[in-house]
Design a protein around this ligand. Sequence first.
Ligand code: SAH
Ligand code: SF4
Length: 433
Amino acid sequence: MNAYDAARMADVLGQQGYAATDSVEDADVVILNTCHIREKAAEKVYSELGRLRVLKGERRAEGRDTRIVVAGCVAQAEGAEILARAPAVDVVVGPQSYHRLPELLEQSRGKRVVDTEFPVEDKFDRLPVRRNKGVSAFLTVQEGCDKFCAFCVVPYTRGAEVSRSVPAVLAEARALAEGGVREITLIGQNVNAYHGAGADGEPATLADLMRAVAGIPGIARIRYTTSHPNDMGEDLIRAHAEIPALMPYLHLPVQSGSDRVLDAMNRRHTGDAYRRLIDRIRASRPDIALSSDFIVGFPGETDADFADTMRLVADIGFESAFSFKYSPRPGTPAAERADAVPESVKSERLAALQALLDRQRHAYQNAAVGRTTEILVEKPGRHPGQVAGKTPHMLAVQVDAPAASIGTILPVRIVEAGANSLFGEILAEAAAA
Ligand code: SAH
Ligand code: SF4
């Protein structure tokens, strides 16, 4: 979602005559778009701001002005602290207010500005038409969260759950398609809780929305992330069998395999409920690739609880996953608990879990060797003459093909599994065509 927000900030500022630069040295305005989900991500902001302070000082000595903006969820949660700790910062802007960036930059001449209100107006209505250079794009359809998992800051930083309307999403998707985008990933903190108003004013489900997006000329692939297990409705599960453009890949965070920990996390489902859900999803789309998020070392997690997580991973089998050590976040209920798991135990558990997940990932990749599939070519590859793309199951593949193939879908045979990506060859019929 931060990648999406960053692209939209570039759109807003682009309209004002700003151009993006890859080099911080060239920039008149530097925006740090920040994440508050774990302490490590939040702390990085302050070390980066330390470096920017030096840059700003050097620039000032040359008579040049540099504006420093902190955006995103750290800005939302720690606006006052940022101003106190980082004197170089000119603007602090929360994730719901970045459509106001041009005004805020204007106001920041000679004074520091903070905008972390949850504004009444909808930022999406104020953003300009989407401009995008890539083949694959994110599109925010839902934001915020009402679930209040005991460890999580999202309901506080992003606010209450809100869905954009179907027409608004379709308009943005059409603009993306007209700009050459072939794959759209619909995003939201709880994207499968989507219930935006359709053209008739009636609430639509995520499955309804995806059917409509699939009808847009040029859109070949649709994905969605991130989902909550309790919002995997029957029509969404069926959509995986029924919508050809919906890719057979699902990121469905489970966090833990222990019922005791899941309950303490306020996830409101058990490990077995998750297993049964996966069975139903696999019945609908047998080849679906699964991905998940895990937290180890939640307060009170015992060895037996952790063993339950390992068992769940072994039972289900994931193509990929993100796993984290629990990080206490200010203002969340879990941060108040006195039964923290020692750091060394968290590290051991994380290493064991990641070793298992890595084995599963490698097994999945190795099993792809020899298979034929299709890749959507997204960008130049690692070596000259190569391009890189993804399979429907999200595996990254490098093939020898001209750069002109970027944006097309190529039939390939996977010939080799490397450490981080697969190597493929274009099927002869396609190469001859
Ligand atoms: N809405 C999604 C998750 C969004 S946050 C869901 O319900 O699953 C992305 C991931 O960050 C979470 O799935 C979780 O694994 C991780 N995460 C969130 N808060 C965390 C914390 N305090 N410590 C460690 N990991 C955390
Ligand atoms: Fe955070 Fe996801 Fe739980 Fe919402 S559902 S509180 S975003 S982990």
